[in-house]
Design a protein around this ligand. Structure first.
Ligand code: GRF
Length: 179
């Protein structure tokens, strides 16, 4: 079963739901994340684990990992989860945490990948699905696809469209490999 972590809109979560993937639980660090509403609409259990409710990041991560395990989660998908996870969490799902990022990593890691690519004047950027390690957008790449910068006005929409196809594809492959 899959657990999804999301901080915001949750359009990638929606793509996983629409793809019929076996999602057991959805968690967020923000109680107002639209992703939580999408999950509830789909009848998926949700919870919020905000840093402000815990003594430390490690403690929050331990509680979050335990909640996911209680929901029989084996594979964790970060779908727009905007916080770095500590080893307290990573060690509970070794090699079983996947992230989607809107650039061709290792180029343009971090929070502003699309703007950074435009500012750098490159001709193309893209989407990466990768395994998560302790760094920021640094784990082994599983799949990438290039997206041209121009036409600039539609760049974000084109990147998201690729994310919504690539992420469910990789997650499905990982689920099959585990079954
Ligand atoms: C996506 O662009 C994803 O690549 C990045 O955060 C964004 C999340 O969008 N990590 P959404 O919440 O899935 O709509």
């Amino acid at each position: 079963m899959i657990g999804v972590l999301a901080s915001g809109n949750g359009s990638n979560l929606q793509a996983l739901i629409d793809g019929g993937l076996p999602i057991a639980a959805v968690a967020s660090n923000r109680k107002d994340a639209y992703a939580l509403l999408r999950a509830r609409e789909a009848g998926i259990p949700t919870a919020t684990f905000s840093l402000s409710c815990h003594a430390s990041r490690e403690e929050r991560d331990l509680v979050l990992a335990t909640w996911l395990e209680e929901h029989e989660v084996e594979l964790v998908v970060l779908a727009g989860f905007m916080q770095v996870l500590t080893p307290a969490f990573l060690d509970r799902f070794p090699g079983r945490i996947v992230n989607v990022h809107p650039s061709l990593l290792p180029s343009f890691p971090g929070m502003h990948a699309i703007e950074d690519a435009v500012a750098a004047g490159v001709e193309a950027t893209g989407v990466t699905v990768h395994l998560v390690d302790e760094g920021i957008d640094t784990g082994p790449v599983l799949k990438q696809e290039t997206v041209r910068i121009e036409p600039r006005e539609t760049l974000e929409a084109r990147i998201h469209a690729v994310e919504h196809r690539l992420l469910p594809e990789v997650v499905r492959e990982l689920c099959l490999a585990r079954s």
